[in-house]
Design a protein around this ligand. Sequence first.
Ligand SMILES: C[S@@+](CC[C@H](N)C(=O)[O-])C[C@H]1O[C@@H](n2cnc3c(N)ncnc32)[C@H](O)[C@@H]1O
Length: 185
Amino acid sequence: MQGSQEVVVLRYGHRPGRDDRMTTHVGLTARALGADRVVLPDNATQAAETVADITDRFGGPFEIEQTDSQAAVVRNWDGPVAHLTMYGLPIQDVEGEIRVAVDTDPLLVVVGGEKVPFELYEHADWNVGVTNQPHSEVAGLAVFLDRFFEGRELSQEWSDADRTVVPKATGKKVVSSDDSGDDGA
Ligand SMILES: C[S@@+](CC[C@H](N)C(=O)[O-])C[C@H]1O[C@@H](n2cnc3c(N)ncnc32)[C@H](O)[C@@H]1O
């Protein structure tokens, strides 16, 4: 997010077909809630295309990458690593120290799929639980980013959007960058 150190979300693991929607939502949530970049597995091309399409239409800056080795991304990361897991330390206990660490270095936030290798727990600087109850990577990521940015991400500005949603109490209003008219999408 503008004005803060880089935050990158890594989706660790993807089962084509079964995880398509979840992986797409990891990318969309990363974008909407202040991350600068998402790294998706190379077998998640459909999800990567959807997130890229939304970024083209609704704005950025936001980068989408794919990797053939999620383990290598973690291993070679030049900065702190936070791994979201129901077994980790409560987010409310560690968010402060993560924020301090990220003041100088880019943060990698790792969210799993079915199961992640145990080395990830050992490699992470923090294993972070958003509650210690099982739920979803999308929910965990959303709460993590909101706590990390202390809510500032909710009012971030978007650049190069084709269209902008105008908030309304009732109904839908979308303004196109070209003609400032409603395009209904
Ligand atoms: C289907 S869950 C797998 C649950 C897994 N047993 C675990 O370690 O959290 C997929 C992903 O959701 C995220 N997740 C699930 N529950 C979470 C929680 N309470 N706190 C943080 N992340 C969670 C983790 O990133 C996990 O890898």
